[in-house]
Ligand binder design. Structure first.
Ligand code: PAF
Length: 276
């Protein structure tokens, strides 16, 4: 496994792989690798070279304290990459925002304005910029992204369709702990007590789905669920029924839709979703 820190070395390595006729799978991460990332790595098609990037991208954080507190564990991450047959890891040094081409008048699709896009100003623009930057260097044949970040996945698919039509996006199901907590690097910031409450997030989504399918109205379920979650110290930022295609609000029309949640436990923001 090779670890590179600058764009030129990365580009040279990519050219070398290509000149030997290899196909490349890119897995961009922000580090603090957990089981969920390892599942992403495992979805790279066989016989492709696996390239991982580890970079906490300041452009996608709307709060400086959240950026500063984002968990970092580079040495452990590199061990995990090694165990997962990663060929190349790109770990940019410091803040590379000024290397990222700043296009003018970027017009992101409407769905990026909802849910996390509404609550975290600039977040998806930051994700778009870093992923476009990485794709333009690597021009991967495949790239893996998780469904926990469903809205991000939609944006990546839009980005690939628009600018990198030969890149196939591999969508990976959310990986959960035995009690169904969606794995996230942010979980390491929770106290033991809060971690023991986090199972309530997906449990609530599952119950809401069951009740919706029985014909109960979403608005009533939403009110009850928020009350329940708040009573267990989980503070809800949004809890919405949305189209999986457009992310528009779906009211009680259950065709191709899902329930999306963002909430705070301690001061840690967690998201999850369930398809109906
Ligand atoms: O999902 C993430 O970890 C990040 O948003 C990504 C895609 C690596 C871009 O920084």
């Amino acid at each position: 496994m090779q670890v590179v820190h600058n764009k030129e070395t990365l580009l040279n390595k990519i050219r070398e792989y290509r000149s030997k006729g290899n196909k490349i799978t890119l897995i961009p991460t922000m580090g603090n690798l957990h089981q969920g990332h390892q599942v992403l790595f495992s979805k790279a098609p066989h016989n492709t070279i696996k390239v991982v990037t580890i970079y906490v991208n300041p452009l996608q954080f709307d709060r400086n304290d959240d950026y500063q507190n984002y968990p970092k564990s580079l040495q452990k991450d590199l061990d995990v990459c090694m165990q997962n047959n990663i060929a190349l890891v790109y770990v940019p040094k410091g803040d590379i925002s000024n290397q990222i081409m700043i296009e003018k008048n970027i017009d992101l699709p409407k769905f990026t304005r909802y849910l996390c896009g509404q609550k975290r100003e600039g977040h998806f623009l930051g994700v778009y910029k870093i992923v476009k930057y990485l794709f333009s260097i690597v021009n991967p044949d495949f790239a893996c992204f998780g469904k926990k970040d469903f809205q991000q996945l939609m944006l990546i698919k839009y980005l690939a369709n628009t600018f990198f039509p030969s890149t196939h996006i591999i969508e990976v199901d959310t990986v959960r702990s035995p009690n169904n907590i969606a794995l996230s690097s942010r979980l390491t910031r929770l106290s033991k007590e809060s971690l023991s409450l986090a199972f309530g997030i997906f449990e609530t989504l599952q119950n809401m789905k069951l009740e919706l399918l029985k014909g109960n109205s979403f608005d009533k379920l939403k009110e009850e669920s928020i009350k329940y979650l708040e009573s267990t110290n989980i503070h809800v930022e949004y809890l919405d029924l949305r189209s999986l295609i457009t992310l528009e609000e779906a009211s009680d029309n259950l065709k191709s839709c899902g329930i999306f949640i963002a909430c705070y436990l301690d001061d840690v923001r967690l998201i999850d979703n369930i398809e109906i």
